[in-house]
Design a protein around this ligand. Structure first.
Ligand code: GLU
Length: 463
């Protein structure tokens, strides 16, 4: 068997080269994104690079739209890749490499490692190119699973190309990994059964064996295969739902790998911290469970890590018609209530913030705390109004207001005093406390709302 045909490109390769090799037959989903991330993190940790190779040999199912989606998704997540070179860089595409595969096919046939076979398929006679299987036992080391051994006899002389111009997956992958100097193949566990065939081809073309790491599949919480019926699965959908890319990357990294395994105490790691901490050796064997609550918790943590300025400008984008000055004030309250920025839409639709922007409309009877008579409630409101009117505008902030009213509320009953105060300002059964609302809407508006409430209770206008 001739082992030295290759026009070697991977001589003296020392740097780590990984690759993400998606087939552009669907949108970038979180399983693919996680594979890309692990390849990226591993290469980054060792100062190497991750190649992007679009495996579009299946011409019918491959679409440019999917390739674009994959590239956009990776860019959004901050997963960097290298391609053919040039600026802007382009990914490798198998559809552009037919000549290279052909050279190898010729050599494989010439070296009697492959042969053209006349066969009948679906009633039609035609040729295919089959690999001459040496029928050996293939044993390889997997960084995650340990030694894996397969008897390849059952595989028979498998097909590696439909014709000289149409190589099939196994052949193209092996040639590309070799030609591109790929040192580490990190891919989903479903790739494990492909490995023996690929090793046989590698041996036939004299390619060195790369390091293999097959990462666990992502499973739904019920341990079934993660699919559409479990909600969003494509990266773009998560993006549209308002998840932050760094939170997403953090979440993807935790599916199959754990910072605790390398002695870290926190789960919240920025992309650069992940780059340092990530290790293949600590990737788990068992399925990685997709946990939406965990993703939400991480996203909340990343929202909180944003500067107030960045939070304000993002909230403004989601409430484009609302007074920007009020948005600035309510942003800290808003971010407490959301998992993703898109949740703002629902909160808004449910009228959760309406009272910050306009006077609330409400049911008068609800102004009284439990069975408190209206007359009594009016007295409390009048008293509060009196205290508040003596507070200068500059001090009209939640803490100060609370300090000014708290003892009065304690003496007369917190429910009796604070409920109507709060309800007068918000008109809602649940809302932030009245001091916070008053601080945001300001002195004039606060006094006006209390006055109107008093009037609605049949009392006097207070201002
Ligand atoms: N193109 C293959 C896929 O999208 C992956 C190939 C590989 O990682 O070896 O499933």
């Amino acid at each position: 068997m001739c082992k030295k045909w290759h026009k070697v490109m991977n001589t003296g390769q020392e740097k780590i080269v990984t690759r993400f090799a998606p087939s552009p037959t669907g949108f970038l989903h979180i399983g693919g994104a996680r594979t890309a991330l692990f390849n990226f993190l591993y290469a980054k940790k060792y100062g190497g690079k991750m190649l992007l190779r679009i495996e579009d040999t299946d011409r019918e199912r491959s679409k440019k739209e999917y390739e674009d989606d994959i590239i956009e998704g990776l860019a959004w997540l901050g997963i960097e890749w290298a391609g053919k070179g040039g600026a802007p860089d382009e990914p490798y595409r198998q559809s552009e490499r037919t000549e290279i595969y052909k050279t190898y096919l010729e050599k494989l046939i010439g070296g009697e490692n492959a042969y053209v076979s006349q066969e009948e398929r679906m009633g039609k006679r035609g040729t295919v190119i089959r690999f001459k299987n040496p029928n050996t036992r293939v044993t390889f080391h997997d960084e995650i699973r340990g030694d894996v051994s397969f008897d390849t006899t059952d595989l028979g002389d498998f097909v590696i190309a439909k014709d000289m111009e149409t190589p099939l997956y196994h052949l193209a992958v092996v040639i590309d990994d070799f030609e591109m100097g790929v040192t580490h193949i990190i891919r989903g566990e479903d790739g494990i059964s492909n490995t023996p065939r690929q090793i046989l081809i590698q041996e036939a073309i004299g390619a060195p064996r790369p390091v293999y790491a097959h990462i666990p599949l992502i499973l739904a919480p019920d341990r079934s295969k993660l699919s559409k019926r479990h909600g969003a699965v494509s990266v773009n959908e998560f993006r549209k739902e308002g998840y932050l890319p760094d939170a997403m990357v953090n979440f993807l990294a935790l599916m199959g790998w754990s910072p605790q395994a390398v002695g870290l105490e926190t789960d919240i790691l920025s992309p650069s911290e992940l780059g340092e901490a990530f290790s293949l050796a600590h990737v788990q064997k068992g399925g990685a469970i997709f946990n939406r609550d965990k993703l939400n918790a991480l996203n909340r943590a990343y929202i909180k890590k944003m500067s107030l300025e960045a939070q304000v400008s993002t909230v403004r984008k989601w409430l484009p018609d609302k007074d920007p000055a009020i948005i600035e004030k309510i942003t800290p309250l808003v971010v407490e209530r959301i998992n993703t920025f898109k949740d703002i839409e629902t909160l808004e639709k449910n009228g959760e913030f309406a009272y910050f922007f306009s006077e609330p409309v409400y049911d008068d009877k609800k102004l009284n705390w439990k069975n408190t008579p209206s007359g009594e409630t009016q007295n409390y409101l009048a008293h509060i109004s009196g205290i508040l009117s003596n507070i200068p505008d500059a001090q009209f902030a939640a803490d100060h207001l609370k300090g000014a009213i708290w003892s009065y509320a304690e003496e007369n009953g917190k429910g009796q005093v604070l409920w109507p105060f709060r309800y007068a300002l918000s008109g809602r059964d649940t809302s932030p406390d009245p001091f916070t609302i008053a601080g945001i809407i300001g002195k004039q508006e606060t006094l006006a709302r209390i006055s109107r409430a008093s009037e609605q209770l049949g009392g006097i206008l207070l201002i």
